[in-house]
Ligand binder design. Structure first.
Ligand SMILES: NC(=O)c1ccc[n+]([C@@H]2O[C@H](COP(=O)([O-])OP(=O)(O)OC[C@H]3O[C@@H](n4cnc5c(N)ncnc54)[C@H](OP(=O)(O)O)[C@@H]3O)[C@@H](O)[C@H]2O)c1
Length: 280
């Protein structure tokens, strides 16, 4: 049997990817800690339980790899998984990485290099997700409750991308092993956008007033900790906003168009598709 193991198969990107692959008739195995009982192909997979790696990989020749989330040092778990994937004969392994590297997480770079050293290893460096503007993401919760975005990023811009386009790009690489693949893709939306611009677009499209409260990096880290994030992760995420303010994350690419044959969605289109989020 051959097919695609989708780790994080119950998450935002994974779910959209599973749908894309199944629509294309590709045998697909969604994996997560609580597999859907109604899906006979879904399988239990837990990064903290290496005994689940083998059964998840069994018979699969392609893998979508969602590394352990909210971890600043995922390598001790990912490394044995990569070894098992290679032994299992996986021919293409597409990892969802981030265009923004957390300042205190150098292992993200090491992990990308290890994935690229695998047979058919590909890293997708995805820009900020537009879906962060949907609940339950804390950014969206704050907009919903207070009509406010708290940001330490000033007018710095990010090439926000719709998760549906990330999934479509991954599907193009995983549906057909015959597709030529580079080892690295920067996956972005069509243009850079700052938080003040995002607030303006939401207000203009939906009528919901959204304002930006400018905070310091330290205040942002404290807010993330208050929301329950581990300290190291909260500090790193807040520091990312300084990089955005300094213009270091203002990149756009043509990768979605190259991979899928159609341009990525713009933020205004994303907002129009999720009107329920801002209208009552
Ligand atoms: N948000 C952004 O702006 C952004 C931008 C670029 C890249 N990224 C990257 O995108 C990734 C998140 O992707 P997403 O938003 O699609 O995911 P998500 O919606 O947050 O879902 C997380 C997935 O991981 C699974 N998971 C959580 N803990 C697990 C564990 N211990 N073992 C196995 N599976 C586990 C969850 O499944 P279960 O709960 O069912 O186990 C779920 O399927 C992160 O790695 C992040 O770095 C995010």
């Amino acid at each position: 049997m051959s097919g695609v193991l989708v780790t994080g198969g119950t998450g935002k990107t994974g779910k959209a990817l599973v749908q894309e692959l199944r629509d294309a008739g590709v045998p697909t195995r969604p994996a997560g800690r609580t597999p859907a009982a109604a899906d006979p192909d879904a399988i239990r997979f837990d990064w903290s339980d290496p005994a689940t790696y083998g059964p998840a990989l069994d018979g699969m020749d392609r893998v979508f790899l969602l590394p352990p989330v909210e971890s600043v040092d995922p390598m001790p778990l990912v490394e044995p998984f990569l070894r098992q994937a290679q032994r299992a004969g996986v021919q293409r392994l597409v990892m969802l990485g981030s265009a923004i590297v957390l300042p205190n997480a150098p292992s993200a770079v090491e992990m990308a290099a290890q994935v690229q050293a695998q047979p058919g290893g590909v890293v997708l460096r995805a820009s900020g997700f537009m879906q962060n503007f949907l609940r339950p993401h804390p950014l969206a919760e704050r907009i919903h409750r207070h009509g406010e975005i708290r940001s330490a990023a000033g007018d710095g811009r990010v090439g926000w991308v719709d998760v549906r386009d990330v999934a479509a790009g991954a599907a193009a690489l995983l549906a057909d092993l015959g597709v030529d693949a580079r080892s690295d893709y920067l996956i972005t939306g069509p243009h850079g956008m700052s938080y003040p611009q995002a607030a303006q677009i939401i207000t203009a499209r939906t009528g919901r007033q959204v304002r930006v409260e400018r905070v310091t990096e330290e205040e942002q880290a404290a807010a993330y900790r208050g929301a329950g994030m581990p300290t190291g992760f909260a500090t790193a995420l807040a520091a990312v906003e300084r990089g955005i303010e300094e213009g270091r994350e203002d990149h756009v690419s043509t990768a979605v168009l190259e991979l899928t044959g159609r341009p990525p969605r713009a933020f205004a289109e994303f907002v129009a598709d999720h009107m329920y989020e801002w209208t009552r």
